[in-house]
Design a protein around this ligand. Structure first.
Ligand SMILES: C[S@@+](CC[C@H](N)C(=O)[O-])C[C@H]1O[C@@H](n2cnc3c(N)ncnc32)[C@H](O)[C@@H]1O
Length: 240
């Protein structure tokens, strides 16, 4: 595909991730993680590792793992927008354009990058080592906040992980109870269910059976023009 054709193909879609697809072709994402990668707790060297990206969307983090030397990368997502855990208040109200074409966008990016990431349709709730195998490194970013049952999801991450897992999630400190594990509940106004504080995010991984759980510093993504939300996030990392 020529660069002009690629840019035309890119411009047919709304993009979640800003992806540099080579030769000046760049997607105009809702988020731009370029230059922010080091804040996400992902090891710089994934040489020889079997990696899993959960909730991959356009694939930014799956492609990043490939660049970091992963032996293989599997990326999972849900195709049907109706299968997501929408709050009742938003399920029939919100336009789901971004969720309807993520498979096509991922495939366009994968081909342009010459990537061999293996994208599978699978809910995090259904991750099963008998189906997908196990992974040395599991990454799951900005997804738990969109789940009604984030704890079951973390247990499923643990079930397919044989090494390290990194979860990145919005956090909100509930002052003055900083040390207590707490979460703020929405489920009505935003597509957000639970926003934990730091202590709760750590405890979630511990409760799922991860050991040596560490948390990274809080950070915000720089604003993208027209972008929706720039809440504060943290990574949390656990070992098996
Ligand atoms: C907000 S996007 C985050 C994309 C990417 N992980 C990142 O951090 O930039 C949430 C992603 O999680 C996916 N997702 C939501 N619920 C899911 C579920 N139950 N199982 C698998 N993926 C899910 C969505 O389809 C979407 O791709």
């Amino acid at each position: 595909m020529t660069t002009d054709h690629l840019q035309d193909a890119i411009d047919r879609y709304p993009w979640y991730h800003t992806l540099d697809l080579g030769n000046g072709a760049v997607t105009r994402g809702m988020f731009d993680h370029r230059g922010q990668e080091d804040r996400y707790g992902m090891p710089a060297d994934l040489g020889g590792k079997r990696c899993l990206d959960v909730g991959t969307m356009d694939g930014f983090w799956a492609f990043a793992m490939e660049r970091r030397g992963a032996a293989s990368v599997t990326a999972v997502d849900l195709e049907d927008p109706e299968a997501l855990d929408w709050p009742a208040s938003l399920r029939h109200r919100i336009r789901k354009t971004m969720d309807e074409t993520k498979g096509e966008r991922f495939e366009l990016a994968r081909r342009a990058l010459g990537s061999s990431v293996d994208r599978r349709l699978c809910s995090v709730y259904d991750l099963d080592s008998a189906e997908l195998g196990t992974f040395d490194f599991v990454f799951c970013s900005d997804m738990l906040v969109h789940l009604k049952d984030p704890m079951t999801a973390v247990e499923r991450l643990r079930g397919v992980c044989t090494g390290t897992a990194v979860v990145v999630n919005p956090v909100k400190e509930q002052f003055p109870f900083r040390r207590r594990p707490l979460a703020q509940f929405d489920g009505v106004d935003e597509f957000e269910w639970w926003v934990p504080n730091r202590a709760a995010l750590v405890r979630m991984l511990e409760a799922a059976g991860f050991a040596d759980v560490r948390c990274g510093p809080e950070f915000a993504l720089p604003a993208v023009a027209g972008g929706p939300w720039k809440g504060r996030r943290r990574w949390v990392r656990g070992q098996v």
